[in-house]
Design a protein around this ligand. Structure first.
Ligand SMILES: Cc1cc2nc3c(=O)[nH]c(=O)nc-3n(C[C@H](O)[C@H](O)[C@H](O)COP(=O)(O)OP(=O)(O)OC[C@H]3O[C@@H](n4cnc5c(N)ncnc54)[C@H](O)[C@@H]3O)c2cc1C
Length: 409
């Protein structure tokens, strides 16, 4: 058991977008804050698809949790939380960490929906390491004279962005063919319908086929079988579809059934344990119609951190009010979409938008505090400038791309 402090203890479980945002908000508070996450690095997930084309390297998408938390004056434990009691977290090494209030930000996990063969033959893309594994498979296929059939399962944002990157690197290689399979009847379900038509028109001259409205029934080493019985030959199957709740929620009785996201009040307080706040992907906010997105997770982190303090000080809790923000979806070098409610702006000239969010987001999460960190930030910035900002500002390219800008609804 860790030594008790005289201060009240706040424990944050999970150091992704939501957990780290809560930790930042609690900087300088008079509470003792401990963040628990088994992984030493926070990963910038919204850009991990760029690893598939080699446009980004893993180190550009990782931040070291130890230094982030040291700078905030908090303690970091590189452990997995196994279970919560009313007043303590039990860790994988047997340690028991007491708390007065707790923030749970354990995100989601890969979900293959129990499709036979999917866990064995399809490659998940939920982390830097998984995207690096896919990139290696693609590189090996590019070096081989044999045909390579690449299939992406899932036509949501992650799947479309992955297809864009794969096409960026391999779209013109003769031995490659691409398929995208989506259970919904169009690409980017939930986004303006015209995006589907726009994406397909952009790939008309490329070897891409779309299988929409057809769930996957089985995955084998060299093919996918759809629920309709149709067979899609596939040597490399990338699984971008689906996310499931982390088992920690059920083990800690924050949910009552497997596959449930944790129920919370409008102030992000657990409906089961009043001293626990649940944020980010882990929270069930379907009633608000919220997509599981990093920018919502960060807002929730700030709100929950304030509410934990309010709760400890017996003050009223504030309601979480999600901010409506535009969403940027890239499609490799072919197009970028800025989606806001029912509208989307579609242009290849918008490419630097996502890079700017990445550059500024990392700087905000980890402002350089030493010469070494300043050097790392400058290195990231110069790589972004060389690959994205400077080419995008090329007046000849801009002149060609701008007239093709469209407003879609
Ligand atoms: C490929 C991909 C592309 C995406 N693109 C976008 C995008 O363009 N824009 C956007 O806004 N969002 C995007 N998202 C979604 C976004 O990344 C998530 O909404 C966001 O990461 C959720 O943040 P979170 O903190 O709730 O969870 P996560 O970021 O998943 O963090 C959860 C953390 O909890 C830790 N954890 C899990 N279990 C335990 C445990 N038992 N004990 C301790 N720690 C634990 C994990 O190690 C992890 O660090 C994308 C996601 C993926 C996978």
């Amino acid at each position: 058991m860790l030594p008790m402090k005289s201060k009240l203890n706040i424990v944050i479980i999970g150091g992704g977008f939501a957990g780290l945002s809560a930790a930042r908000q609690l900087r300088g508070s008079r509470y003792s804050v401990t963040l628990i996450d088994p992984s030493l690095h926070m990963e910038w997930l919204p850009n991990i698809h760029e690893i598939l084309s080699g446009r980004k390297q893993g180190d550009e998408l990782r931040l070291t949790r130890h230094s982030l938390l040291r700078r905030l004056g908090h303690r970091f434990l590189a452990n997995r939380a196994m279970e919560l009691t009313n007043t303590a977290v039990l860790l994988d090494n047997g340690m028991r960490v007491p708390f007065d209030a707790c923030i749970v930000a354990t995100g989601g996990v890969h979900n293959s929906f129990g499709v036979p063969g999917a866990d064995r033959h399809a490659l998940p893309m939920k982390s830097v390491a998984q995207c690096q594994a896919i990139a290696r498979r693609l590189q090996r296929a590019a070096l081989s004279p044999r045909d390579a059939r690449v299939t992406i399962v899932g036509g949501g944002i992650e799947g479309v962005e992955a297809l864009g990157e794969v096409l960026r690197a391999y779209g013109r290689r003769r031995q490659f063919e691409f398929s995208l399979v989506e259970a919904g009847t169009r690409l980017l379900p939930g986004k303006p319908a015209s995006l589907d038509a726009r994406i397909r028109s952009l790939t008309r001259s490329l070897p891409v086929s779309y299988h929409l409205g057809r769930p996957v029934a089985e995955v084998a080493r060299d093919r996918i079988v759809l629920a309709s019985g149709a067979v899609v030959p596939s040597d490399i199957t990338i699984w971008s579809a689906g996310v499931a709740p982390n088992g920690f929620l059920l083990r800690s009785q924050l949910t009552s059934e497997p596959g449930q996201w944790a129920p919370v009040s409008g102030a992000l307080q657990s409906t089961v344990r009043p001293n626990v706040f649940i944020i980010g992907d882990a929270a069930d906010l379907r009633e608000m119609g919220l997509a599981k997105q990093a920018y919502h997770a960060m807002d929730m982190g700030r709100c929950a951190a304030s509410n934990v303090v309010n709760w400890l000080q017996h003050k009223p809790l504030q309601a979480y009010e999600p901010a409506a923000k535009p969403q940027v979806v890239t499609f490799g070098e072919l197009e970028t979409f800025v989606v806001f409610r029912d509208f989307a702006l579609s242009s290849a000239a918008l490419g630097p938008t996502k890079e700017a969010i990445y550059t500024l987001g990392l700087l905000q999460l980890s402002p350089p505090a030493s010469t070494r960190e300043l050097w790392a930030s400058l290195d990231r910035l110069q790589r972004s400038a060389r690959r994205v900002y400077l080419p995008a500002l090329n007046p000849i390219k801009l002149w060609r791309k701008l007239p093709a800008t469209q407003v879609l609804n």
